[in-house]
Design a protein around this ligand. Structure first.
Ligand code: ATP
Length: 146
């Protein structure tokens, strides 16, 4: 089976670079599944989970929007921010979520609503990706205990 090279970059760093079987990305018009030899396209991404499938393995990332360029042999994701599931500090994301929710509830007069809503969406995606990863990691042990 052929593979497709996937690069995830942010202004800060190269987050990922490897050959994968499939890229599943949060496009602004919906989830996009990209296989090798896909037709070229450029699309905007929204905050969401990005999944890379590699054989039986799956890597999961939280991305905060950006752009994706697809070529038949290559996918380049330029994200605002991107963290692999393992890298996500869950307590930090939870604190960010609570902070954003508190702001939206209190509505201080100088509040930048769009910025707070963006922070809320980023924190929710980070929590979802981190918790899914944690569940997957603890699953084999739970099975043993059964
Ligand atoms: P916070 O309020 O916790 O800083 P934020 O949504 O404002 O969250 P961003 O501006 O999106 O943070 O990201 C700033 C940098 O911090 C980026 O490099 C991003 O990858 C990283 N980052 C943000 N939140 C987390 C997290 N929970 N775990 C790991 N890295 C994070």
């Amino acid at each position: 089976m052929s593979t497709i090279r996937c690069d995830i970059v942010t202004v800060e760093r190269q987050v990922y670079s490897d050959e994968v079987d499939m890229v599943v990305a949060p496009g602004i018009m919906g989830t996009l599944g990209i296989l090798p030899k896909h037709a070229p396209l450029i699309t905007a991404l929204e905050e969401g989970e990005l999944r890379l499938k590699k054989g039986e393995e799956e890597e999961s990332f939280a991305v905060s929007g950006g752009y994706m360029e697809v070529r038949p042999d290559r996918v380049i994701i330029m994200a605002g921010t991107a963290e692999q599931a393992d890298e996500i500090d869950e307590a930090r994301a939870e604190a960010a979520r609570q902070r954003a929710e508190q702001f939206l509830k209190e509505k201080p007069p100088d509040m930048d609503r769009a910025a707070i809503e963006g922070a809320l969406r980023r924190s929710r995606v980070r929590l979802k990706v981190a918790r899914k990863r944690r569940r997957r990691r603890t699953l084999p042990q739970e099975r043993i205990q059964e």
